[in-house]
Design a binder for this molecule. Structure first.
Ligand code: ZN
Ligand code: ZN
Length: 144
């Protein structure tokens, strides 16, 4: 793997994606929406510029109004339910992909943890990572 070649897909294989550029942010999020979406303690979001992303297959989505007041859309495979990416209305040039779907999942390097205020104690994450109770000001990933 190089830093500028990423690919992945959903559990059933109906959705595939690839990126021809490096992610601009990688991080864990322990907000309640991410817990529902993944069925576990956090999501791992890998954020790419939209123009570097190519997706094949059909996605469904659902939207909600985040803490910030802006709408966030979460896109998933309608067949197997794998969460694929999230997109915030105010930053629709950025797509936040779920880390577990990447062919290179073992090589991803999360930089921080957000929303630790709602993270369960059993969801143990690297203690060396910077931690934020909610979403730090100026952060580039989606606001929730
Ligand atoms: Zn699928
Ligand atoms: Zn979240």
């Amino acid at each position: 793997m190089t830093d500028t070649s990423y690919s992945g897909g959903c559990a059933c294989g109906a959705v595939r994606f690839e990126m021809n550029d490096a992610p601009i942010y990688q991080g864990h999020c322990q907000c309640r929406k991410c817990q529902h979406m993944t069925g576990t303690g956090h999501s791992t979001m890998i954020v790419f510029r939209r123009e570097s992303v190519k997706i094949t297959g059909t996605l469904s989505n659902w939207g909600f109004v985040a803490d910030s007041g802006q709408t966030t859309l979460r896109h998933f495979c309608p067949t197997c339910g794998s969460p694929i990416f999230s997109r915030a209305a105010l930053r629709d040039d950025l797509l936040a992909f779920n880390g577990g779907n990447f062919d290179q999942a073992s090589s991803l390097k999360p930089e921080a943890v957000c929303y630790t205020s709602t993270g369960p104690a059993w969801d143990y994450l690297d203690p060396a990572l910077p931690k934020f109770a909610t979403m730090p000001q100026g952060e580039i990933m989606e606001r929730e």
